[in-house]
Design a protein around this ligand. Structure first.
Ligand code: BDR
Ligand code: CA
Length: 312
């Protein structure tokens, strides 16, 4: 089984990514690290624990990490993810706020990368702050980590950002951190909006979960997300973070190519833009494997089938 750490800012689609990772039964989840992002860190930690509890999992530990970006002010997305970050969908689930893993998230990442050299996959579905702190403290993790599969940015669909015209939320939320990670030498696969905006979970898909453990949760939690995308004429909500898990489970879901990619950190208009040098005008070595195409139907079926695994 692939050894993974999930780094999350739970968030509705983060919650779905956690369930997908669990129910795939194909990943050895060493721990989940929480980072400030969609909502403040204490919400992220609580939501993550609630999702694990809802899944009946009481063994995976949650490690708290950065409670703010490296340099900028925090930017949250309550409007998209609801008042509590998961669409008020697990109000009846109570968790122990004091029971988090004893290590700081970045230290947990370093420790596990050192123990499992060449074997550890980091699935990053929030801002890159925890990983940036880890690589700053222990740059050798760049050689120890097998791969970083990271949801963030947009590379070819410029102008179709979701925070600024050219910026995607996870990178925008901490562009300095993303820049450190991109320049760290870590082997990065970037699952950007270019492909995640082709993966929509519609009501028809959700109906296929009827009679299973997760039907109510998926229906309720995605309500505000679906309303958000449906207002622009799209049927369903984008599965950004679950796709990132999907790419780890089955890399053949996407086509990829390696390029030099950098992150804009200075501009007001395009802070957090991921700039891909397709024509190699900068003459720099490729540092990021980007996704250029996706088999979206196969992915959605994989996702639904995994969640359907749990009848009760
Ligand atoms: C990303 O931003 C967050 O709102 C989602 O959870 C996802 O990780 C999409 O831009
Ligand atoms: Ca996320």
């Amino acid at each position: 089984m692939e050894k993974v750490i999930l780094d999350v800012d739970t968030g509705i689609d983060d919650a779905l990514a956690i369930l997908f990772a669990l129910e795939s039964r194909k990943l050895d989840i060493l721990g989940i690290t929480a980072v400030n992002g969609n909502v403040p860190l204490d919400y992220v930690t609580r939501n993550t624990k609630k999702v694990l509890k809802h899944a009946g999992n009481d063994t995976i530990r949650v490690f708290e990490g950065a409670d703010r970006p490296l340099l900028k002010e925090a930017h949250h997305e309550f409007q998209v993810h609801g008042e509590d970050g998961i669409g008020m969908s697990l109000n009846d689930v109570s968790v122990d706020d004091s029971s988090s893993g004893s290590q700081f998230a970045a230290d947990f990442i370093i420790e596990q990368a050192s123990i499992h050299r060449g074997e550890l996959t980091l699935i990053m579905v929030g801002p890159a702050t925890n990983l940036a702190l880890a690589v700053r403290k222990e740059p050798r993790i760049a050689d120890w980590v097998k791969q970083v599969v990271m949801m963030g940015g947009l590379v070819s669909e410029s102008g179709r950002g979701n925070v600024l015209p050219t910026s995607e939320f996870n990178i925008f939320a901490d562009a300095e951190a993303a820049r450190i990670v991109f320049h760290s030498g870590l082997p990065i696969k970037l699952v950007s909006l270019d492909v995640t905006m082709k993966t929509f979970l519609s009501l028809e898909h959700i109906e296929k979960l009827k009679g299973t453990r997760y039907y109510d949760f998926v229906m309720k939690s995605t309500d505000s997300l679906r309303a958000y995308t449906e207002s622009s004429g799209i049927n369903g909500c984008a599965l950004h973070d679950p796709l990132t898990v999907g790419v780890v489970l089955d890399p053949s879901l996407v086509k990829t190519a390696k390029y030099y990619v950098d992150v804009e950190t200075k501009s007001e208009l395009s802070y957090g833009q991921t700039i891909c040098d397709f024509n190699n005008v900068l003459k720099k070595a490729p540092n990021v494997e980007i996704c250029t195409d996706i088999d979206d139907e196969r992915f959605i079926n994989m996702f639904i089938d995994a969640l359907k695994n749990r009848k009760n």
